[in-house]
Design a protein. Structure first.
Length: 545
């Protein structure tokens, strides 16, 4: 497949798009999850930070506050200490959280450590800090959370439900007091509660919420009641909404990318359609811009070539009609004149002379019609060329012998060819080329015509060359001689014979052979030299139509 193939470009573009969108989606998920994890950490610590700060605030002296913090650190199993507020550089968002009595969580990815900073209303110069190392927050810490809540409620006996409702706003998960009978607990779990031990409940759900945890702790003054914290949802790295959003966004980006790949093709196709619509009106002047090297560029180039060919055919047809009407007038007029003379003349010999002249004019008409048909067939692009292996010398000898048989009183010299010069050609049309060139040379030469041929060793092109010692062709007219019905001034006049189609036919045959025809001056005889070149070997034998 060509490297310029439009399909290859689209497929490669799609692969690159999918790769880029996949990377974009991955990075987007990472960025979103980083923010979600941060919000998740803060939501889990907000309630605890409020309870801890309230508990510290209840201690009357600084030493008692420090002692309580030390005991809380032991219960929690995590380092807890005072930090100078000036040493903590807070962002604007973190300052707002501190003002709302919410925790500030900072996670150090390099050290894999999180720090929780809690504001103290009575001591704004210090923060209460908790250091949580990776993997340090486990079952012990989870069971310690209800202890701080119960420690907060111990100051409000009989009003536990009311104060739980007040502090609920600081918790991102439910916190309440329930009866043991309301919970679906097994015998072992109920026994542990009766023994004043906390129970951690894990619940797996097939819904969007996924896995969650609840912490159940017995109430000291109410044996049948328990403090339930949760359910606390576990962090879900890829929730349905996030997955759906990233998928839809990725599909949208892919759609934009595919649209970007298709739009240039659509624009080029629209250009071709527009040009075809103009062509339907008979205007052949519109051409399509050829951009790049893909199939669309090939289509545009093919359309332009087709338009050029059709326009040239139309112009050639018009020129042919004008030329044919002009060329037919003279022999038709002579035939009409001869017929009138026959009607008025009674002498037998004179009548026979007129009949002979009429016959010659009719033969001239037949020759002209034959030339016109051959030229039209070649010009319209409908010749059937059956290429075969041909010995070039045989064709050249045949034409030389046929020309000498006409007794033109001119010297026909065939230059010797190398032995076994075999070329790929259509014998009938190759014979016509040599015949037309030799006939043209005989018509305009003074005494001699030279015929030569062979294969150029450097280019691999076969060639036939015909030279004469006539007046030659002016340089400015050497391209015009191949036009239909073209005749030059001076010696190459209408009186020299012919209809101006012979060289046009040679030019079209050269085109269909995949070669060229050139006219220049003969370096040996001084007259005109015509050389036709074409590929000596074809890669495949095929019928050209």
């Amino acid at each position: 497949m060509s490297k310029h193939s439009i399909f290859l470009r689209i497929y490669a573009g799609l692969i690159i798009l999918v790769f880029l969108v996949a990377i974009f989606g991955y990075l987007l998920v990472q960025i979103i999850n980083y923010q979600r994890v941060q919000e998740y950490r803060e939501s889990l610590t907000d309630g605890l930070s409020f309870v801890l700060s309230e508990s510290v605030e209840r201690q009357p002296t600084l030493q008692q506050k420090k002692d309580w913090v030390s005991d809380a650190s032991t219960w929690l199993g995590l380092p807890m200490f005072y930090v100078d507020a000036k040493k903590v550089d807070l962002s604007r968002t973190e300052e707002k959280r501190i003002e709302r009595q919410q925790a500030v969580v900072r996670y150090n990815a390099e050290q894999n450590v999180a720090y929780v900073f809690i504001a103290l209303k009575s001591d704004p110069k210090h923060f209460l800090a908790i250091k949580v190392e990776s993997g340090a927050f486990g079952e012990r810490q989870m069971k310690a959370l209800p202890i701080f809540v119960l420690d907060y409620l111990v100051y409000y006996p009989g009003q536990e439900q009311e104060y739980l409702k007040k502090i609920q706003q600081h918790f991102a998960y439910p916190v309440g007091i329930q009866k043991i009978s309301q919970l679906k607990l097994d015998t072992e779990q109920i026994g542990r509660l009766r023994s004043d031990q906390s129970v951690i409940l894990y619940r797996d759900s097939a819904s969007e919420s996924g896995t969650n945890i609840s912490i159940v702790t017995p109430m000291l003054n109410a044996p049948d009641s328990v403090l339930v914290m949760g359910p606390v949802p576990m962090f879900n790295w890829m929730p349905f909404k996030l997955a759906a959003g990233i998928t839809l966004l990725s599909m949208f980006l892919l759609s934009l990318g595919v649209y970007g790949l298709i739009v240039p093709i659509q624009r080029k196709v629209r250009q071709v359609n527009k040009a075809l619509d103009v062509m339907k009106t008979g205007d052949m002047s519109v051409r399509v811009p050829v951009e790049g090297h893909d199939e669309m560029a090939s289509l545009a180039s093919s359309y332009n070539n087709m338009s050029d060919h059709i326009q040239r055919l139309i112009e050639a047809q018009r020129e042919l009609m004008r030329a044919v009407s002009h060329e037919l007038r003279t022999p038709v007029a002579r035939i009409r004149f001869g017929m009138e003379m026959l009607a008025d003349e009674d002498e037998y010999e004179y009548r026979m002379q007129q009949v002979e002249m009429i016959d010659k004019d009719i033969e001239a008409l037949n020759t002209l019609i034959d030339e016109i048909m051959t030229y039209a067939k070649l010009e319209q692009g409908t010749p059937s060329l059956d290429f075969e292996k041909i010995e070039l010398e045989d064709v050249l000898k045949q034409v030389a012998v046929e020309t000498e048989a006409l007794k033109t009183q001119k010297i026909i010299h065939l230059n010797p060819l190398a032995d076994g010069v075999i070329v790929d050609a259509e014998r009938r049309y190759l014979h016509r080329v040599v015949q037309n060139l030799v006939g043209n040379a005989v018509r305009y030469c003074d005494h001699q015509v030279n015929i030569s041929g062979g294969i150029n060793a450097e280019t691999g092109m076969a060639y036939v060359c015909v030279e004469d010692d006539g007046p030659g062709i002016p340089e400015e007219d050497r391209k015009r001689v191949f036009e239909a019905f073209a005749r030059l001034d001076d010696s190459r006049t209408r009186a020299s014979g012919g209809y101006g189609l012979g060289l046009s036919i040679v030019s079209r045959i050269a085109y269909w052979f995949g070669g060229t025809i050139e006219a220049d001056a003969s370096p040996t005889l001084g007259g005109a030299r015509f050389t036709m070149s074409w590929p000596a070997k074809r890669f495949k034998k095929k019928k050209v139509a």
